[in-house]
Design a protein around this ligand. Sequence first.
Ligand code: NAD
Length: 459
Amino acid sequence: MVNVQVINPFDQSVAGTVPRAEISDCLAAVDAAQAAFTTWRATPPRARAEILRRAFDLMIAEHDELSRTIVRENGKVLADAKAEVTYAAEFFRWFSEEAVRIDGDYRRAPSGANWLLVSRQPVGAALLATPWNFPAAMATRKIGPALAAGCTVVLKPASNTPLTAVAICDILRRAGVPDGVVSVVVPEPSGPAVTAMLGSGKIRKLSFTGSTKVGSLLLAQAAQHVINCSMELGGNAPLVVFDDADLDVAIEGSMLAKMRNGGAACTAANRFFVHEKVHDKFVDAFTNRMASLVLGDGLDPKTNVGPLVSRNEQDSVAAFVDGAVAQGATLACGGKRAADKSFGYQPTVLTNVRFDNDILKHEIFGPVAPIVRFSDADDVLRHCNSVEHGLVSYVFTRDVGRGLRFAEELETGMVGLNRGLVSDPAAPFGGVKASGLGREGGHDGLLAFLETKYVATNW
Ligand code: NAD
């Protein structure tokens, strides 16, 4: 059997290995999911809920070990990995509570001639594909609602971070998930195996988190069998600091919105728009904070920022910064790769960025903050909405009315108002435009794995 080697992005040592799934293994996992669906959907919601609740308890009991696995394969700092495991486990707790709240409806037809009976049924066997940046949370955010709804799943994690996914599936097995209900496959390369699974005619749901490029490719493939799709795709979040903002709150929120996960988050603030009246003060304080962060090994307690996941990611971040400087931006701090052989990149602040600088048009996915000075709110709103993505925005102002009016106009699925963090298992997470279709988390996350069945009733 061939193994996939998982590389530690800090020192390029081998963090672990997992068996490489051949296309035939992936199709066998789909068959197992389809076969197990009949009994899993009939398992009482309370029993499904209790298994998820046990999985939550096990994740919390094994918190430290899981966090270290994330650091070894992903590179993020231990504090971020610990926060991720807590967040990830919460999806099992939340959806254990949602499993017993699958509602229906029973109404008299307006004509009075009959009754309208509406219930919800699980969609079927689901393919879940997840990215490398949150190896635990992106998996549990899908597995939790799928199992709660009565769906069975095949999880395909990113091949550079499969160890956490394998550990979570083992936890689910120990929590009592029956054979076939959850499988994890690690094909390498991913494309042909995913195409084969989607083309099998047995997958009824595709829940994908990753880049917009791969997401749209998979939407086209899913169209062939009209597969129900949820898409959590890329972001390019604006962060707006108005002249009346509490600057301490804005700096704290900006650090969180930019540096959670070392900047490798779909929710990461990518375009900072700061009002000219507070611009210099904000830049000084924010640059001081960014420059004080220590880049290094995620397992070292002195480290604040870990490496990026691969040489490719490091090259891409370096190219964004070099390109922005070539177009007139100024380096306020950072701007270099890590001095050691890791895939790290220094926390970087770019000032004098013009609205038309190319760096604002792309998802950076690293610790780089380009700052644009603005004077007119309508102008900045237009720029916020000018990109193809629409996942999240951040707004800082003491005037909550102004903030809410601005939030209404922003073309994003989520807005952080005087907050640099929006993710919450109890809230509907997702984007508009090229950032995706559907929501995960909250009650909406459960509905994504359910179909509505309507029976016109007479007796
Ligand atoms: P990616 O699109 O390269 O990969 C995502 C998944 O798709 C992985 O499992 C990968 O192995 C698989 N994949 C890659 N190419 C494929 C192909 N041709 N056919 C089938 N599957 C394929 O994304 P990534 O680099 O792992 O993650 C970063 C991206 O994910 C960023 O754009 C980020 O914004 C996005 N993301 C979005 C959210 C969200 O909730 N909206 C959350 C986290 C990450």
